[in-house]
Design a protein around this ligand. Structure first.
Ligand SMILES: [Zn+2]
Ligand SMILES: [Zn+2]
Length: 258
């Protein structure tokens, strides 16, 4: 079974005491993916062909640069990416120029028709094409695509192990559940990967686990707030000292708020 090669990282992540073991898997995968992209071989011109086209999203361009491990490589990637994408954009500008110039000289009737949306102008068509193109730049990212692909294998493995490995199932059930974005991911994956009956079994367990742990984190965050009351200043923090970053993690997945 091909999933078996993923059981070690999955088991390791589920052995950690955390708000979401899938966050642990994804964060490790994200860091590995950044290192992989920065490796010297990937900066060679042939390998940069795909990167030229897709580039990286804002988050991952930031991470690639911040590592300062291969600044020349990042410089070559951004240079060729700009050349490639702006080459496409220049063609759109050239194609649209005549219509844009003509629109600057439109008469009052045409102006009114365009204004009330009756008749789209060449300029509005250009804006729609240009904004579509500019939005696509942040949508395409080599790192995001790699993460999505491998996360799919991890979730297949989690579901497979859930029904094959009793110890693993007990580990999930006695854990702290998942963050909401990964709860969503597991619901979607279960529907895709499992039989209808297995889906029902898994979803029932998952819902109970999630609701118990949402209640638990809510109590912890409530106690954290109550500790600011002078009457509680000598009371124990219980488990609440780091409740804020854990509650944020539970709600929005991992991030730079630890
Ligand atoms: Zn998560
Ligand atoms: Zn990305």
């Amino acid at each position: 079974m091909k999933e078996q090669i993923y059981t070690i990282p999955v088991n390791d992540a589920f052995s950690e005491d955390c708000e979401c073991p899938v966050c642990v898997l994804e964060q490790n995968l994200e860091n590995d993916s950044i290192s992989f992209m920065l490796s010297p071989a990937l900066m060679e011109s042939d390998n940069r062909m795909a990167t030229n086209q897709k580039g990286f999203c804002r988050r991952h361009f930031g991470m690639l640069y911040s590592k300062k491990e291969n600044v020349l490589g990042v410089s070559l990637v951004i240079e060729t990416h700009i050349q490639h994408q702006m080459g496409i954009y220049k063609k759109l500008l050239k194609k649209s120029k005549k219509g844009l110039d003509a629109d600057t000289k439109m008469n009052a009737v045409r102006n009114l028709a365009g204004h009330i949306g009756k008749s789209p102008t060449a300029t509005s068509k250009f804006i729609s094409d240009a904004t579509g193109f500019l939005a696509s730049l942040d949508d395409n990212c080599e790192v995001c695509e790699r993460i999505d692909r491998i996360m799919g294998r991890y979730t297949d493995t989690i579901l497979w192990m859930y029904f094959k490995d009793t110890d693993f199932r007990e580990k999930i059930k006695s854990g702290k559940g998942f963050c909401l974005p990964h709860y969503k991911l597991l619901l979607e994956s279960a529907k895709e990967q499992l039989s209808p009956k297995q889906t029902a079994l898994f979803v029932n367990d998952l819902n109970e686990l999630m609701m118990n742990n949402i209640n638990r984190i809510l109590e912890e965050i409530q106690w954290f707030s109550k500790k600011f009351d002078y009457r509680n200043k000598d009371a124990s923090w219980k488990n609440s000292r780091d409740a804020v970053p854990r509650a944020i993690n539970k709600f929005v997945s991992y991030g730079d708020f630890k």
